[in-house]
Design a protein around this ligand. Structure first.
Ligand code: FES
Length: 117
């Protein structure tokens, strides 16, 4: 899997979120409440607003347009039945923060797997 450097850990001394653009996609680099770093899609699943411009409390972002709430670590939408935000792989090498060039593919269980159980 290919990684690209997008930020430095020192940028998160006084902020918890930075938006970057990777090959045309906006990605949020999040320093979680647990001080670990995460990378997540920032376009709200409702109408695409940048959720990192909304209110952030703990690891929950509230979309600035209509108030949908997202867990910034898991990408889960907390108050609507919507698909989760896509997540990217992230690693820290020294002081550099690197993310995968493509979103991680979520493993979905094959619905036919237990068909004959
Ligand atoms: S665009 Fe985010 S809630 Fe509507």
């Amino acid at each position: 899997m290919d990684y690209i450097e997008v930020a430095n850990v020192h940028e998160f001394t006084n902020q918890r979120i930075k938006s970057v653009t990777v090959f045309g996609s906006k990605v949020g680099i999040i320093k979680g409440a647990d001080s670990e770093f995460y990378a997540i899609e920032v376009g709200c699943k409702h109408q695409g607003a940048d959720i990192t411009r909304g209110h952030i409390s703990g690891d929950v972002a509230t979309c600035p347009r209509h108030g949908w709430k997202y867990d910034l670590v898991t990408g889960e939408c907390l108050n609507q039945n919507a698909a989760p935000l896509r997540r990217y792989g992230l690693k820290v090498e020294g002081e550099a923060i690197l993310i995968t060039t493509k979103p991680l593919v979520e493993e979905k269980e094959d619905p036919l797997l237990h068909f004959f159980d």
